[in-house]
Design a protein around this ligand. Sequence first.
Ligand code: KIV
Ligand code: ZN
Length: 388
Amino acid sequence: MQTKKINIFDTTLRDGEQVPGCKLNTKEKIQLALALEDLGVDIIEAGFPISSPGDFASVEEISKVIKNATVCGLSRAVEKDINAAGEALKYAKRPRIHTGIGTSDSHIKSKFNATREEILQRAVQAVKWAKNWVDDVEFYAEDAGRTENGFLAKVIEAVIAAGATVVNIPDTTGYCLPHQYGEKIAYLVNNVPNIDKATISCHCHNDLGLATANSIAGVINGAGQIECTINGLGERAGNTSLEEVVMVMKQHAYLGFYTNIKTEKLNPLSRLVSDTMRMPVQPNKAIVGANAFAHSSGIHQDGFLKDNSTYEIIRPEDVGADGSKIVLTARSGRSALAHRFQKIGYSFNRNDIDVLYQQFLDVADKKKEVKDEDLHELAKAYQPEAVS
Ligand code: KIV
Ligand code: ZN
C-alpha cells in the first residue's frame, strides 16, 4: 500500500479569525500558535500582516516562538502586501508567503475589471516578488472552484515556473461537489506539465457542508496539503474542519494517507480555541462536539453496552474526548437503565428493572434528560434498603 504524508496547513489564526466576534489579540494568537505546533500541524497561517498593525505584530511574534512548523503570512498579489508579509516573517525559521489572486471569470470581471491575461501576469509577478523575500511561496487561485479548468491550469503552470512551491486551489465559495473538486485536482495533475515541482493544496469552504468531503476528494486525486481550521471556523459557513479531515484519513488508513497530528490533543485544543475565540462548538459536531460520543436511544445504548464498536467508529481517548456517555431519556431502554443503576450503586434484578422502567418513563417524559439524582429518588421509593 502506498503511504503519503499529507501536510496539515492550519488557518485558524487567519481564515478562522475572520469570523465575526472571533478576533484575537497577539497574546491569544501566540498561545494558540504554540498549541497548534504542539498538535503537530505542518504550517501555521498566522495572519494577514498588511491588514492591521496588530496582525502584523502577531505574525512577527508567532514567527519568533514557533520552532518546527512553517509560519505563513497571507497577502494579496500586491507588492506592498507581500512586503508586509516578508517583513513580518523575518524571524521565522521556516517562513512562507501565501499570495494570490481571484481566477474565476466572476472575480476577474467584478473584482478586478481585468482580463484573464492581466490576471495571469499579476499572479506571476506576485510570486516572483515574494521569491525576493522567501524560498517557500504558496500561490492561491481564489475561487478556483468556479474557475474554468483550462485557464486554471495555465495560471498554475505559470506560477510554478515563477517559483511557487505550493499551489492552493481554493473552493472559496464552497460551491463544488466532491467529484467536481476531485476532478479539478486530477485535471491539474494531468495537464500541468511542471505540477510535480509543487505541492497541490486544498482550501475548501463549507457553504454546502461539503468542505471535508471536497478536501478528501482533493487528496485522493493528488493534493498533498489540506488547509483547515480547528472546529471548522472560517468565513461564512466555515472552512474545512481539521479534526474531521485528520480523522477521516486515520479511520480510512487503507487510502494510504497519514498526517503528523497527535489526535489525542484534538478535543482539548478544540475547547481552547472555542473558549479563546468565544465561539461555541455545536453539540453534534463530529469528533469534538459534546454529543460526538453520547448515546441516547435504547437500541443504540443496548448495542453499545454489549460492544462499543457497534455504535462508535472512533475511541474517545484517541481524540482526547472525555469518554462515551449514555444519556438517559424517554428513548432509553431497560439495559441502559440497569447499567446506570449499577454504576451509581444499586443492584436490581430483572423484575425490579421492569417495574422501575415504567416509573423511569414517567419521569423521562417530563424531562429532557434523567439525571442520577432522579434515579436515586426512584430507587429510594422502590427499595429504601438498596446499597448505595
Ligand atoms: O477562501 C479563500 O480563497 C482564501 C484565500 C485567501 C486562500 O481564504
Ligand atoms: Zn478561505
